[in-house]
Design a protein around this ligand. Sequence first.
Ligand code: HEC
Ligand code: HEC
Length: 272
Amino acid sequence: MRQKTFRVGVLLHGALGLALWGATIAAVPAAESQSATKIPVPTELPPGELGKFVALGRDIVNNTTTNPLSKPYTGNALNCTSCHLSGGTDLKGLSFLGTAAVYPTYTSREKKVISLEDRSLNCFMRSMNGIRPANGSEVSTAIAAYITWLSEGYPIKMSLKGPHGPNAIPALKLDPAKGSVERGKSLYDGKCAACHGVDGEGVGKFPPVWGAKSYNHGAGLANPVQLATFLKNAMPLGNANLTEQEALDIAVYVDSKPRPKFVLEEHLGKKK
Ligand code: HEC
Ligand code: HEC
């Protein structure tokens, strides 16, 4: 009896499979390339209160250190958009496009399943060297609403590769031991210092890349391979032209410089 049911199941499945075959082959490549060029970046906010809330999240991402809701939780001179370029809408700069479609997901860093909110709040503690806002707080929910708006049209797809949205750029396969701090320094002085300062302190509206006002040792970019991947795709801003070796040399140089230490307990809980 069981076996019979099974056979019927297989037959039905086969017939359905055939019927859907045309649709399936058409759908797979689109889903695989997640082609962001085909999924437009939203421009119109949802109507009403939801739209206002999404706009609040957008403002927090762009003006993290000045928005009164997020300011108390920041600990350096960076805004989310300093790394998630153009408010997370630039595919070359740690974009948020489609990101909401992969959460919740398992992360080996915390060894647990985390939500989209948890992931943003981790950046508050590490990349922003600040304090973790509470899950479900206005600041956290507003950011999640904004990222969800930027993910409209992307199919929900669980990530088996950790907390990386469909447009996350995979880390370059580089060996940090092959980077040279000396070469990195001269490349940095020639290609980066005009905007980020010879001492990494930032110039005017250009953000610092090391020192007390920069990301801490617990941040993703404190890992030279992750930093090199970011630089290769995004820096110099508007004219990303580094070879992989140059990106690695600059990354080991920048990440050899002093920055705030990361002690998890100091970033949990109450506002400063
Ligand atoms: C110093 C740079 C930096 C800053 C500032 C920063 N982040 Fe990040 N963020 C990163 C890096 C690096 C990653 C990891 C990207 C990856 O894993 O592919 C990341 C990942 C994320 C992700 C997960 C993306 C994904 O593809 O799943 C979210 C969400 C996020 N950040 C939100 C924020 C928010 C919100 C802020 C501001 C409160 C912020 N980040 C500030 C560097 C930064
Ligand atoms: C024309 C000016 C300019 C140049 C040149 C430039 N950057 Fe940037 N960089 C920026 C701006 C502006 C941002 C922040 C993006 C924003 O706020 O829109 C940024 C962001 C960054 C960030 C992430 C935020 C932070 O401060 O940690 C890093 C790291 C970085 N740049 C490193 C470099 C390196 C290394 C080079 C040289 C290869 C370089 N940049 C060249 C303007 C520049």
